[in-house]
Design a protein around this ligand. Structure first.
Ligand SMILES: Nc1ncnc2c1ncn2[C@@H]1O[C@H](COP(=O)(O)OP(=O)(O)OP(=O)(O)O)[C@@H](O)[C@H]1O
Ligand SMILES: [Mg+2]
Length: 284
């Protein structure tokens, strides 16, 4: 297994050295394998976004190290630059990522910085806009004249246009209607299968996590509480509950059935598809 990202004893304090100092990440050591889809969950304020902002060098660790494809990203300027092209991040608040006077220029910004030019830029911008279902007529508009959902789509398009090895999505679907959410998620999964990239996403939606991830990293108060396969993590539902987290509704229903003496059901059912299969087998 190739490791695409590794953190060693990563610790981060906001407002370091002041009376207001706040530890957001505490001694986090994790390894992500290439080609995996990893979900990061945790209650609000548990450190998910702060952690993510270290993966492409937007935040610098107070202590510890971050490696991208084996390279310490703070070793020198070129290592930091390299991390920014290898790891593409869609941040939680899209408005901080839009600053050009048109959406077209915003989507083109990342690939341009990577040294891409001319027709290739134009192709990437239009393909990425199509990918997120952003209407072509919006490309010449200011990012400040479009809706929140369209802003989010523009930011996702800008990162997709860079075609990074690691795609990081912080609360990707927040602010999107269910149809756009399903469309973008299914396109990202299709792209992942074709491109063989690594996907890291944070979400408060456990259905999304159960349906799309291979592994789940659980943050609690800035520390790693669990890291394992999606099944392993949701099997530990009592522990998740103690941290104020939930499991998918279908998992809850099967746990309730099991408590009602349906002993032959599996311990942990994660998706509707799985549930239907099990129920059909029980009542052919
Ligand atoms: N710019 C900042 N200055 C000071 N403290 C901050 C800043 N940003 C975040 N924090 C604090 O760091 C901790 C971790 O915040 P973070 O945003 O990483 O959590 P999160 O898990 O992403 O939460 P959410 O689910 O709400 O997005 C919180 O206690 C938060 O208040
Ligand atoms: Mg966050």
């Amino acid at each position: 297994m190739l490791t695409c990202i590794e953190t060693k004893n990563l610790t981060f304090h906001y407002l370091e050295g002041t009376k207001m100092q706040k530890t957001a990440i505490n001694n986090v050591s994790v390894k992500f394998n290439s080609y995996d889809i990893i979900a990061i969950i945790g209650h609000t304020g548990s450190g998910k976004s702060s952690f993510i902002q270290h993966l492409n060098g937007l935040l610098k660790p107070s202590l510890g190290k971050v490696f991208v494809e084996g390279q310490d990203i703070w070793q020198n300027k070129s290592a930091t630059k390299n991390a920014r092209t290898k790891v593409g991040v869609v941040f939680q608040h899209p408005e901080y990522q839009l600053f050009e006077d048109t959406i077209y220029k915003d989507i083109a910004f990342g690939p341009k910085n990577m040294g891409i030019s001319g027709e290739e830029i134009d192709r990437r911008v239009r393909d990425a806009a199509k990918f997120v279902d952003l209407n072509e007529s919006l490309l010449n508009k200011s990012p400040f004249d479009v809706s929140g959902g369209e802003k989010r789509k523009a930011v996702i398009a800008g990162v997709i246009a860079m075609d990074p090895n690691v795609l990081v999505l912080d609360e990707l679907t927040a602010g999107l209607d269910p149809a756009s959410r399903d469309l973008i998620f299914s396109r990202i999964i299709k792209y992942h299968k074709k491109r063989k990239n690594t996907i890291i996403f944070t979400s408060h939606n456990m259905e999304e996590v159960a349906n799309f991830s291979d592994k789940v990293l659980v943050f609690n108060k800035g520390e790693v509480a669990m890291f394992g396969s999606t099944l392993e993590v949701f099997e530990a539902h009592e522990e998740l509950c103690r941290m104020g987290l939930s499991v998918p509704e279908v998992t809850d229903i099967f746990l309730a059935l099991k408590r009602m003496d349906h002993k032959n059901l599996p311990n942990c059912v994660l998706t509707i598809k799985q549930a239907v299969k099990i129920l059909c087998q029980q009542n052919p």
